[in-house]
Design a protein around this ligand. Sequence first.
Ligand code: NAD
Length: 372
Amino acid sequence: EKLTVCICGGGNGAHAMAGLAAAHAQTESRVLTLFQDEAERWTKTMEKNDFIILQNLPDGSVREIKAKPSMVTKDASKAVPGANIIIFCVPAFAHQQYFNAILPYVEPDTAIIGLPGQPGFEFQCFDVLKEKARRCAILSYESLPWACRILEFGKKILGAKDSLVGSKITGKSNLKLDPAKTLQSMLGEHPVLKMANNYIEPYLMTKAIGLDEFGAACLSGVSDEVVATAKAISEQKPELNQSHVQHLLEWYRQDYRETVADPTSLLTAMRTNAAYNGLVHPMKDAGNGKWVPDFNYRYTSEDIPYGLVVTKGLAELAGVPTPYTDKVLTWCQEKLGKEYIVGSELKGKDLKESRAPQAYGYKSLDDLVALL
Ligand code: NAD
């Protein structure tokens, strides 16, 4: 049976997903990109050129996949109707406008997938789509399936991750297809998609706490608090079991076992992780010939409001004190020129811009259970 996939976004991930969906048997791949003239530019490039994905395979060879999406448009009324699966492949700060755009056209029994969703994806989805969201399946994955970059608008290169954890809220939907299985078959063998216990679990598995200039001690302290939050939620609400949540150090020891030379401590694991070679701190030109750290880069601008503020919100609902998180948040929000937290409480004036449960009026763990 024919499958129609609508990919939201126009960057690295959206390019990769659009190509893989187009290459999938009996699948129509459509792209909805709202940003500037991206849709027009992408459409023009495809008129004259092939659309090629270069996939790095584990054996060192490169697989070339040629397949064009059927449309690239900024018009949701063209891209969304009839779509069985809608995949968000765009940074989290842009999610709101895509939810608004698809709202009039989403049909019941559609799968809406955040790839990645990032913490708070479901809160925002229910906030915008309201009752419509209950008739859909909402899935959210912890990251993009690949490290990928656009080489030219219309060509890119990918290296797939090993595995990827996601979650699913089925609500009152009754889908003809299994969205996770379908996504897996579009992605191929890797990454292997896994299911979390529930939608909150990936929030507490997020690596949006990786601000290494604060030092391994701070980082480890934040991670301890996330683990304590997971434990408190599991105890109070068995429906929200968080058994997959682990300390950052355990995650390095497992997921980076091939590349970490010295897994003794969080500090040594991060310092000796070869996967980080070549990754440097984002900097910007200060205008006087000097370079300064760019604290508005997505490691902060995305990972704070759609990461650490959300886990802080969960800790608050679970009654877990978070001195390290508060310290880190206080420092980061000042750099961002925002106020999410005041002292140790999430009551800053910019809280509404975050995806903390409190930003959507959720006041207890029961409110989170109600979304299941
Ligand atoms: P990207 O940097 O390619 O996204 C850029 C796109 O976002 C633009 O092409 C545009 O479509 C949209 N956009 C940018 N500014 C916008 C604005 N002001 N308003 C509306 N839309 C705007 O992103 P990506 O590399 O595809 O990554 C998507 C998500 O996956 C991000 O959250 C990223 O952190 C995460 N991620 C990326 C990688 C990777 O290798 N690329 C790996 C892991 C996780």
